[in-house]
Design a protein around this ligand. Sequence first.
Ligand code: SER
Length: 286
Amino acid sequence: MTMQAHEIRQKFLDFFREKGHLIVPSAPMVLKNDPTLMFTNSGMAQFKDFFLGHDTPPAPRIADTQKCLRVTGKHNDLEDVGHDTYHHTMFEMLGNWSFGDYFKKEAIAWSWELLTEVYQLPPERLYATVFEGDATENLAPDTEALELWKQYLPEDQILFGNKKDNFWEMGETGPCGPCSEIHIDLRPEAERQVKPGRELVNQDNPLVIEIWNNVFMQFERRADKSLRPLPAQHVDTGMGFERLCMAIQGKTSNYDTDVFQPLIQDVAQKQGCATARPTKPTSPCG
Ligand code: SER
């Protein structure tokens, strides 16, 4: 039976609680104490001072689901909303954090375990990207993440990505670091035979999409654009809840999941109009 959205969310929190994480509530979406950010644009925003070493977290491992708004600033999805099936102004980001505790090995192993064993997503449809390095910033390729992914994925399902896609920064200033994204190919099998998913990663295909970003926080971007190494190394992950629901429920649009459908159906009914959206699984993962 298809996993419902509330079960998908709960399984994420239970998984990381079992791995020793403290579960905390979502922070408010309007930030009061950070002049560099107007709205919470990612799960890590409320933890910024922990990464920078300005404050001490309540636990070295934390997980939550955070309401995020991406309508302004560095991470602004506004132009995509309404034009595609997988961006939203407001969305929920599932995240796990390590503050100077575990690093790449555990973060990658647990993301694989959760996606393939708990959520049962097909491994052959998953792709990982790793940072290719950047000479202008004096940053080396992330060969450590590459080697770790090789334990789980064949090499043709691992891709190198540039600074734009694989070096995550909170804003113009703030914590940042190389990241490793996980993408899923939700296209019908026949299409996959014609064109391998790896050719469509980060190419704006609505059925080959990023679902989870694992950031390895190692630097602070300063106002003068330089990178300062952080006092400790941290993990910041963010998984798009609505996209994950689309993949697990076998849909081809976030709006066809039970995150949105009850609301859409209710509004449609109240307006006395039928909806054309399919409600049965339409992608091969469901
Ligand atoms: N901060 C990263 C992101 O928002 C991972 O949580 O993608």
